[in-house]
Every structure is written in C-alpha cells, then in structure tokens.
Design a protein around this ligand. Structure first.
Ligand code: HEM
Length: 185
C-alpha cells in the first residue's frame, strides 16, 4: 500500500475529474475551493471529507450534474482504482459478496492499521441466501452514494450482475443506509 493511502479518496477524485472534464477543470475547482478551506480545517478530523464535499459541490455547479450522481459515479471510478492498487484483496475474496463481507473485519482493518486516523464507515451484513446479501452502512459522513458506486464497481470487476435496492436515514449526523443486494446472474 502506498504511503499516501489516506489521501487516496481525494487524489482519485481529482483523477476522475481530470479524465472526464480535463485538467483545466481540476485547476478551476482548486482555485474556487482552496481559498475557502486553505488550512482552516487542519486540526479537524473530518478535514478531507469537508474538502471533498466542497469540491463535489463546485463540480456540480460547473457541470450541472447533481452532487449525489457525481459521488455515485466517483464510487464506480474508485472501485476500479482499488482493483488496480489493491488487487490482492479482490483476488483473495474471489467474488463480490465475499469482498463486501470482508470490508469491515479485514480490508478497512488493514487500512486503519496503517493509517489510524483514516475516516472509515462501519459495515455489517446479513446473508439471507446465496443470492441475497444485505449490507448495512453507517458513517458520520454522508457517503452512501460512494458506497453504492463502489458496490457496483466491485460487482463489475467480478463480472457479476447485482440488483441494488437501498434505503437510508440521517439521524443526529449519523448516516445509515441498507443495501439489499440480489444476484441476477
Ligand atoms: C480493496 C478495497 C478497499 C480499500 C483499499 C478501501 C480503502 C478505503 C480508504 C483508504 C478510505 C478513505 C479513508 C480516509 O480517507 O480517511 C475508504 C473509505 C471508504 N470506504 Fe473503503 N476500501 C475498500 C473497499 C470498499 C468497498 C467495497 C466499499 C463499499 C461497499 C467501501 C466503502 C467505503 C466508503 C463509503 C468510504 C468513505 C468514508 C465513509 O463513508 O465514512 N470501501 N476506504
């Protein structure tokens, strides 16, 4: 794993922007957002998240695409990046449900060992049958759309087709989302 793992969400977001809208858009976003954030959040744990949200809002303004759709698309992009950079997690798991079941007690645990201040969501799951998995997401950040895109990207990596139904809530700053996943193939 690279030394800059913690910032990977952020750097991959910029990579997606560059690939889709060009390097000028990256510069424009930084010019617009950086003066507002510029160091002001450095002592706050959610610094990266606040900054990511600010960049998504600015990109939304400039592209006329809804912020949730952009975060969802970013989840797809990020999944492909994880496959490239952390291939062994995907090879070890072997299929999408196995991978998703390992996020909380293996993958994100490894992430946290290296980066104790990483901002990670909590996942738990219930497996009703071989073809059905319910994944529960819980986080102080509102990134269920990112999780949705990541799940899709993981399924695509394994060549699996999943139906994804979701419902969520935000209570006292805690974001919860249930993803009901059904294998279609
Ligand atoms: C090899 C696979 C994976 C790796 C290496 C990985 C690693 C990471 C890292 C480094 C972060 C950011 C920590 C920070 O910036 O502080 C993160 C956040 C996150 N991860 Fe994973 N992850 C993986 C798989 C997944 C999958 C499959 C899902 C979705 C089901 C997922 C859901 C999330 C979400 C939603 C966040 C954003 C933080 C939040 O919502 O609170 N991850 N992950």
């Amino acid at each position: 794993m690279g030394a800059d793992m913690k910032g990977i969400v952020f750097t991959e977001f910029m990579e997606m922007v560059e690939q889709n809208w060009g390097v000028d858009m990256v510069d424009d976003l930084i010019d617009s957002v950086a003066p507002e954030s510029g160091g002001a959040y450095t002592s706050v744990a959610s610094y990266d998240y606040e900054e990511l949200v600010a960049y998504v809002a600015e990109l939304s303004k400039r592209t006329q695409q809804q912020a949730p759709a952009l975060v969802h698309a970013f989840g797809n992009f990020l999944a492909a990046s994880f496959v490239k950079k952390f291939r062994s997690f995907f090879d070890e798991a072997g299929d999408c449900f196995s991978l998703l079941k390992k996020i909380d007690d293996h993958i994100h645990v490894e992430v946290r060992k290296l980066y104790p201040d990483a901002e990670l969501p909590k996942f738990s799951y219930e497996q009703a049958s071989d073809s059905s998995l319910i994944l529960h997401y819980e986080s102080s950040r509102q990134l269920a759309d990112l999780a949705h895109g990541l799940i899709e990207g993981c399924a695509r990596h394994y060549g699996e087709q999943l139906k994804i139904e979701r419902s969520g809530s935000l209570v006292d700053g805690l974001s919860r989302e249930d993803f009901v996943l059904s294998k279609l193939s």
